[in-house]
Structure formats: structure tokens, C-alpha cells
Design a protein around this ligand. Structure first.
Ligand SMILES: Cc1cc2nc3c(=O)[nH]c(=O)nc-3n(C[C@H](O)[C@H](O)[C@H](O)COP(=O)(O)OP(=O)(O)OC[C@H]3O[C@@H](n4cnc5c(N)ncnc54)[C@H](O)[C@@H]3O)c2cc1C
Length: 453
């Protein structure tokens, strides 16, 4: 770890024979280069959880590598136009903070780049959210990770792992330059889809107890409408009812769906393109992407035809990919339950607060919400972010251990910042043999980093 003079990482490294930093090995018969690199902590995935894990670990003194398959950080915000942070505040009349630490730091950075970052009460759900702009977030996160000295690898995928019975030893990164073997003391899976855990052979559940996956949604941005136009929800509902009589792709969200005017662009952010996902095959994702695009184009044409003020409306953008709510749930040492969430269960081994109500999308277009009891938040226990069967792998974000109901709460990005930061700190702490797996030490470091527990 960079912070101390006698490096704990060098004291406790005990895995594969040590290799030098960024040693280039040429494989003569292939004419290709294989680079080997050495870190304290490797984080897979650059969404809310991954960024928070990387920053949390770096602040704890670790040398960190953050790996992201797209060309930018931000996760669902920048990959799927999910333009609101949920879970940063508790439900209620006033916005009470549930997340501090890196989540708060990101919002402060957004403010420095032109977003107001204020808590906004959603008209449809009554929850507090922070509205986003994808380009501002990309740039803000670039600045933050640079400032924290994190080695970021974009356009790079975690593609394979090497492990022993109880430890991950290394990951193979696949990028444009070829394959890189990266050795580390500790790892964080913040991939959303449990890609690292899956590669490591950790068993997983797909979807809910019956294998049913939550619906996909393609959030879209609609432009060409006056910035001050009040969108008339009743008129929209009537337009949807007419469309559903004859339209090619009936709209399940007959209430009009989630509609928000975005900051800066004043585009209409519309979440109403829902598609069921049968399984995780490439065929199902291809069909879903194409079906969602057909729906998006058809719905915007409907707006142009049917809604006053939308005569010049057009589809500004869909995201680089459709929004994916749920895929794999890798085995954790503790699986949070819906009961933990609705009763607002607090625990001595809590490492983060979950404050978003249980939001389920079992049926496309018909979300349901159940509020959190107790103090308005529940604790995420330490064992929910620890992989079952591997001693040096932690989970952050939507891959943490949660049953189908708890998952409806913990998956939001505000909570992902909190669980990601905890995973990064725990991973960094693990590098120090004196602290290994001490919840008290992880909690103390999180509090020192201004996290709310
Ligand atoms: C339609 C929709 C609407 C939603 N609405 C909201 C909302 O309004 N507010 C809210 O807070 N939450 C919302 N959610 C939930 C939320 O977006 C996700 O649960 C959240 O993004 C989880 O954060 P994460 O960091 O765990 O994962 P992600 O944001 O999914 O980030 C994971 C990252 O890992 C990368 N990755 C994956 N595999 C690899 C690999 N092998 N190598 C390298 N990189 C990899 C991905 O490219 C991605 O950038 C919504 C989700 C959907 C789908």
C-alpha cells in the first residue's frame, strides 16, 4: 500500500511468486506481448459501486486498478441513460442523507461541473433523487479517479481468472492491446452482472427464486420540445390509450411512465420502453435491444402525432445498451432478506445504509414499491459484501448478497456507492495482515472516509 513506509502489501503478499510491476513478456511464437502487472486491489466494473470501491481502496492507501469495458465510467448512468441517483436520501418529507463518503464526493464533483446536485422529490414515486447528465458525470468521474491516483483501464474487460481453493490470484484483462495478467492481493466484483465471481466459479442464482428476471427498460431522451412546456400527463395517458388500440407495441405503463425534464438539455427523460428478458443468452439480449429500439421509435412517433407541443419531437438518444436490472446473484456469506429491509434492521456488523424502498419490476411496466420501516434505512451487513468460498473477493453494488425482495432495494446507485466503498475499503484492509477480515477496522476506516453507517 502506498500510504505506509513499510508496505503491508509487501509484508503479506503470499500468493503466486511475486512478479515485477508491468513486466513485459514477449511470446516469440505468437509475436504477441503479454504484460504482467501487480496491484493491491483490482476492481472489476466502473459504475457507482466500482468507482466508490476504487476510491475507497485508494483512500485506504491501496494501489488500485479499476477495469471498465466501456470507454467511460458511470455504469448504468452512462451505459443506459439512467439519469437519477436513487438511495442517497431516505424516503420522507425532507431529504435525510443515507449515503456520505464517495457518493457525496461524486455529487460535489458534479456541482463543480455545472449540475446543481440537489435532492429532487419524484412526482411519481415520492422518493428523493439527484438528477444527472451523462456527459457531466463521465468528465466528473475522470477527474475524481485521476485525483485519487487510480490506475484506470477503459476499453478493457476482465476476461479470465486464476485461483486457488480459497483465493483469487490474478485476473486476465482483455483490451485492444491484447491480454494482460494482473496479480493482486484483493479483488472487488462491481460488474453488476457478477462477471468476476462467475469467472471465479462462484455459484450464482439467476433472477428470482424461480429464475425469473426483472424486466429490461430502455430509458430514452426526447428533444424538440419547448424547455418550458408542461407535459400534460392526463393527455399523455389518453394518447397511450388510443395508441394501445392500434399500435404495434402496446405500452404497458398506461400511467405514462416516469417522465422528467433533464437538467441542462431540458430533454424529456422517459422510462416507458419495457421488455421482458427470458434468459441471459446473446439471442435474448439481441432480440430485446431491437424490440426496445422499435418501441422507442414508435412511441416518439406517437408523441409527435398525438401530443400538443410535440410536433417537432425526436429521439435524441438511447444508451449504448438497454438498461439491465437483474442478471446473476453470486453466493455471498450472507443474503439480505426482504424482512431485513422492511423492518429497517440495524446490526453491529453493518457497513452501509440501504434507504430505497423495495422496488420490483416482475411484470414489465408495473413496478411496485414497499417502504423501509424502522429508522427509514436498514444496514447492509459485512458478510453480504463477502464472496462465499473465496477469502479475497468482495462485492459492491447490485451483486451483493440479497434475496429477490432485498435486491429491489439495494440495487440502486446511491446504495451501490455505499456498498462499493465498503468493498474497496475491506479489500484494502485485507492487504494489511494485521486487519484481515476485521469488521471493526473496516467500519472505522469507512467512518474516517465520511461514509454513513
Ligand atoms: C432501466 C433502469 C432504471 C433504473 N433506475 C434507477 C434510478 O433511477 N436510480 C438508481 O439509482 N438506480 C436505478 N436503477 C438501478 C441501477 O442503475 C443499477 O442497479 C446500478 O447501476 C448498479 O450499480 P453498479 O455499480 O452495481 O452496476 P453498473 O452500474 O451496472 O456498473 C457495472 C459496470 O461494470 C462494467 N463491467 C461489467 N462486466 C465487466 C467486465 N467483465 N470487465 C470490465 N467491466 C465490466 C459495466 O460496463 C458497467 O460499467 C435502474 C436500472 C435500470 C436498468
Amino acid at each position: 500500500m502506498r500510504a505506509s513506509t513499510s508496505s503491508p502489501s509487501s509484508r503479506c503478499r503470499r500468493a503466486t511468486p511475486l512478479i515485477g510491476l508491468d513486466r513485459v513478456i514477449t511470446t516469440p511464437h505468437l509475436g504477441a506481448k503479454r504484460v504482467e502487472a501487480d496491484y493491491d486491489v483490482v476492481v472489476c466494473g466502473g459504475g457507482a459501486a466500482g468507482v466508490a470501491a476504487a476510491i475507497g481502496a485508494a483512500k485506504a492507501g491501496a494501489k488500485v486498478c479499476l477495469v471498465e469495458k466501456y470507454g467511460f465510467l458511470g455504469g448504468a448512468v452512462t451505459t443506459s441513460q439512467v439519469y437519477a441517483y436513487c438511495g442517497l436520501y431516505q424516503q420522507g418529507r425532507e431529504p435525510v442523507k443515507a449515503v456520505g463518503g464517495v457518493g457525496e464526493e461524486v455529487v460535489t464533483e458534479l456541482r463543480a461541473h455545472g449540475l446543481d446536485g440537489e435532492a429532487f422529490r419524484s412526482e411519481t414515486t415520492g422518493n428523493w433523487i439527484v438528477l444527472l447528465d451523462g456527459e457531466v458525470l463521465k468528465f466528473a468521474l475522470d477527474n475524481l479517479v485521476r485525483r485519487h491516483g487510480i490506475d484506470v483501464k477503459l476499453h478493457t474487460r476482465v476476461a479470465a481468472v486464476a485461483r486457488t481453493a480459497d483465493r483469487l490470484e490474478a485476473v486476465t484483462l482483455a483490451g485492444m492491446g491484447g491480454r494482460t495478467r494482473v496479480v493482486a492481493e484483493a479483488f472487488v466484483d462491481a460488474s453488476g452482472d457478477a462477471n468476476l465471481a462467475m469467472l471465479a466459479g462462484i455459484p450464482f442464482r439467476t433472477g428470482d427464486a424461480d429464475g425469473k428476471l426483472q424486466a429490461l427498460t430502455m430509458p430514452i431522451r426526447v428533444g424538440g420540445i419547448a424547455p418550458d412546456l408542461e407535459i400534460d400527463r392526463k393527455a399523455l395517458q389518453a394518447a397511450i390509450a388510443r395508441y394501445n388500440l392500434v399500435g404495434d407495441h402496446p405500452i404497458q405503463r398506461t400511467d405514462g411512465g416516469i417522465i422528467i425534464r433533464l437538467p441542462l438539455s431540458h430533454d424529456m427523460w422517459w422510462m416507458t420502453v419495457d421488455v421482458a428478458l427470458a434468459d441471459l443468452t446473446s439471442e435474448s439480449f439481441t432480440a430485446a435491444e431491437m424490440e426496445a429500439r422499435a418501441r422507442a421509435n414508435s412511441y416518439v412517433a406517437m408523441l409527435r402525432r398525438e401530443m400538443p407541443g410535440f410536433e417537432r419531437a425526436y429521439l435524441v438518444a438511447t444508451g449504448p445498451q438497454i438498461g439491465v436490472r437483474e442478471t446473476r446473484h453470486p453466493a455471498a456469506r450472507y443474503e439480505m432478506t426482504g424482512e431485513d429491509v422492511v423492518t429497517g434492521r440495524l446490526r453491529d456488523d453493518g457497513i452501509a445504509r440501504a434507504a430505497w424502498p423495495i422496488e420490483l419490476h416482475g411484470e414489465a411496466g408495473k413496478p411496485s414499491y414497499t417502504s423501509i420501516g424502522g429508522a427509514g434505512y436498514c444496514h447492509v451487513p459485512y458478510d453480504s459484501i463477502r464472496a462465499k468460498g473465496l477469502d479475497n473477493l468482495w462485492y459492491g453494488g447490485r451483486v451483493i448478497g440479497a434475496d429477490p425482495n432485498a435486491y429491489g432495494s439495494i440495487r440502486v446507485m446511491g446504495t451501490a456507492f455505499a456498498t462499493g466503498q465498503a468493498a474497496g475499503v475491506a479489500a484494502a484492509d485485507h492487504v494489511d495482515a494485521d486487519h484481515r477480515n476485521s469488521v471493526a477496522s473496516v467500519r472505522a476506516r469507512l467512518i474516517a472516509q465520511n461514509a454513513l453507517i
